[in-house]
Design a protein around this ligand. Structure first.
Ligand SMILES: [Zn+2]
Length: 216
């Protein structure tokens, strides 16, 4: 594991949220850690580059980059953004985007506001993926719960089940499986179990009963 400058263009300042109390604060783009002004928790802001096997947990408001030789097996990784070019065996939770640029089985739990499965990637997710939006440029097998849009780009392919606000299959993209779209109430119950009192949680059956998406 190494510290690195990050792949996203760094801003002069960033607004980050405390992991513990969610208090927001502005920090310098060059800072590597800070203290929450509300609860005094230490907040890591550094970027992690994983170039070999790594299994310790990470909790940062910076980035995580797993290179082609990297093997991230931590049970808990929380970060702002991540790029996966190597192996990912543990759980990954990003406030921002996750870019998957690798092939193989992904056994852990993933959640992010945005997930991109890159061209030439062929991935199989064993656990349900929870996202805001997802864009599939390569091939993906798995189950998606999106409170926004699922986009399958030209030459992209998705096989599995989807609960989303909307789905967009571009010409040349393929989707096969079950889908429930435009059911914000369902997703709400899906995404926030226990916080919805009036809507019952959808069952796996409701996914299976949904009509298949017409091929475009
Ligand atoms: Zn705090």
């Amino acid at each position: 594991m190494q510290r690195f400058d990050g792949l996203w263009k760094s801003k002069r300042t960033n607004v980050i949220e405390c992991f513990d109390c969610q208090r927001k604060q502005e920090v310098s783009g060059a800072a590597t850690s800070t203290i929450c002004p509300s609860c005094s928790a230490h907040i890591d802001l550094s970027n992690y580059k994983i170039t070999t096997s790594f299994s310790r947990s990470i909790r940062t408001k910076g980035e995580v980059y797993v290179t082609t030789k990297g093997d991230l097996s931590s049970s808990s990784v929380r970060c702002q953004r991540a790029i996966i070019e190597g192996r990912l065996r543990g759980n990954l939770d990003c406030a921002g985007a996750i870019i998957i640029n690798t092939s193989g089985k992904i056994p852990g739990r993933l959640s992010a506001s945005e997930l991109i499965v890159e061209k030439r990637s062929e991935v199989q997710f064993f656990r349900r993926v929870r996202v805001g939006n997802i864009e599939i440029r390569g091939r993906m097998l798995g189950e998606i719960v999106a409170n926004g849009m699922v986009t399958i780009r030209k030459n992209g392919a998705l096989e599995g089940s989807v609960v989303a606000k909307a789905i967009n299959v571009e010409k040349g993209g393929t989707f096969s499986g079950q889908i429930v779209v435009g059911r914000a109430d369902l997703q709400q119950a899906e995404l926030l179990p226990g916080e919805s009192s009036t809507v019952s949680k959808p069952t796996e059956e409701s996914l299976n009963l949904a009509p298949p998406l017409p091929a475009t």
